[in-house]
Design a protein around this ligand. Structure first.
Ligand code: 5AD
Ligand code: SF4
Length: 442
């Protein structure tokens, strides 16, 4: 049989773990003869890998599904699947509300996707959102050759922290760490295929405690073992909780040059009252002290954070305290969100929800301050020498783009570069979203 390969379109919402999961699903389907397409109109199967973290993200899935209706009307064979955290949380509801959906696969079950697609061939509408006993990572096919020099590697999933606003402990389940040997093997394979930078992923990645030689390993020890892999030049990890920044990890930042000086360390709020109500289990002072220790270990560290404004009960003073924390830390970047009440989370039931206009105004003020700090961080790079890992040609002829050690986009005009080249660059100019530089010694 020489049928043309079937085409799969995947749309990924939300966090980097979904990006990683989408790649794994593409591989699982690749083994079944599906190739990827960017164009949903020519796809034989469309898979939405969804995010449940805020209401807007979850609702978007339903409107995007609605938008697929004309495609399905035109091509009744088109298969439509919903994966990820909305699938996990509301699989049955998706099937009820959206008759055009053929299958729903939860975030722990995507290794079963090919057999679920086969079931749809028999006219079934499978839903699989159970937490399985087998390890999906074991059952997925090998990762294929990657032309990109950077890769994500999931080392930990789930969260036991139960912040009062957050659905992750329910959608992604309890914390699970992959064993050290599996992480090291996957990392080595990535490096053999040309990857130079690995970002270790986990919902609570610095809570990593994988089984390794001699017992449980923390993230610091894992990082040091990864750093021994020849050809792996850079290691990053995300996302971290302040309470899990172990001494060993701080030491790794001080001693391991492959561990990059950029850390995403969400604090969410700068008010002790709100932190307590959020069940974050640390104070503002503890966070600021931790930031000091991180900068003592690695003085050039660039920090980023997540913030939520308009958490139930947040007063003007609480918000001012958050602004004060931002001024005290000085972030290189941050993500900020209006609080979104998520069904099933403790904060959703509170009667003191903040008015939308108030939350809007706070979000604007916070984002203006962050933008100011981000610009200042970028401008402060001018004249400095940084490492840049080049990824692809830029928009202008002869231009190459890569990422600095601090995760900033950098472009240079230079000959002879290629994806995966790590070079020293002197930064010559800064913009809000990227830096310009020249190769040192070129
Ligand atoms: N409302 C708004 N933002 C949220 N986040 C998580 N849950 C909510 C919610 N219910 C934000 C947090 C988290 C980031 C990934 O998303 O800031 O760190
Ligand atoms: Fe959600 Fe809090 Fe866990 Fe982060 S630490 S995933 S915000 S519950």
């Amino acid at each position: 049989m020489s049928d043309a390969p079937k085409k799969l379109h995947i749309k990924t919402y939300g966090c980097q773990m979904n990006v990683y999961d989408s790649e794994r699903m593409a591989e699982a389907m690749g083994a079944k003869g599906y190739v990827l397409t960017d164009n949903p109109a020519e796809a034989d199967m469309v898979l939405l890998n969804t995010c449940h973290i805020r209401e807007k993200a979850a609702e978007k899935v339903y409107s995007d599904l609605g938008r697929l209706k004309p495609f399905k009307d035109e091509k009744p064979d088109l298969k439509i699947g919903v994966a990820g955290c909305v699938a996990q949380a509301e699989g049955a509801e998706i099937m009820r509300r959206m008759p055009l959906v053929d299958l729903v696969v939860g975030s722990q079950n995507y290794h079963r996707l090919p057999e679920m697609v086969e079931a749809t061939d028999r006219g079934e509408r499978p839903v699989d959102t159970e937490f399985p006993t087998e390890d999906k990572f074991d059952l997925l096919p090998q990762r294929p050759l990657s032309a990109r020099p950077t890769a994500f590697l999931t080392v930990q999933e789930g969260c036991d922290k139960f912040c009062a606003f957050c659905v992750v402990p329910y959608t992604r389940g309890a914390e699970i760490s992959r064993p050290v040997s599996k992480v090291l093997t996957e990392a080595q394979k990535l490096v053999d295929r040309g990857v130079r930078e690995i970002t270790l992923l986990g919902q609570n990645v610095n809570g990593y405690h994988g089984a390794g030689e001699g017992g449980d390993w923390g993230l610091g020890r894992l990082v040091r073992a990864l750093a021994k892999i020849d050809g792996l030049e850079r290691i990053r990890y995300t996302t971290s909780h302040p309470n899990d920044m172990a001494e060993d990890l701080l030491e790794a930042h001080a001693e391991e040059p492959k561990l990059m000086p950029y850390l995403h360390l969400p604090v969410q709020s700068g008010s002790d009252r709100i932190l307590k109500a959020m069940n974050r289990k640390h104070t503002v002072e503890a966070y600021l002290r931790l930031v000091e220790r991180i900068r003592a270990a690695r003085p050039d560290m660039v920090l980023s954070s997540d913030f939520i404004v308009g958490f139930p009960g947040e007063t003007d003073q609480d918000f001012e305290d958050t602004m004060a924390l931002i001024r005290a830390v000085n972030y290189g970047a941050a993500f900020s969100f209006k609080y979104s009440a998520r069904p099933g989370t403790p904060a959703a039931d509170r009667s003191d929800q903040v008015a939308a206009e108030v939350a809007d105004a706070r979000l604007q003020a916070l984002q203006a301050l962050i933008t100011e700090q981000q610009r200042a961080t970028q401008a402060g790079m001018v004249g400095r020498e940084v490492g840049v890992l080049f990824e692809k040609p830029g928009r202008l002829p002869g231009q190459w783009v890569g990422k600095s050690d601090y995760l900033q986009a950098v472009h240079v005009a230079a000959e002879g570069l290629a994806p995966g080249v790590l070079a020293r660059v002197r930064i010559t100019a800064s913009g809000p979203n990227s830096l310009a530089g020249e190769l040192i010694g070129a």
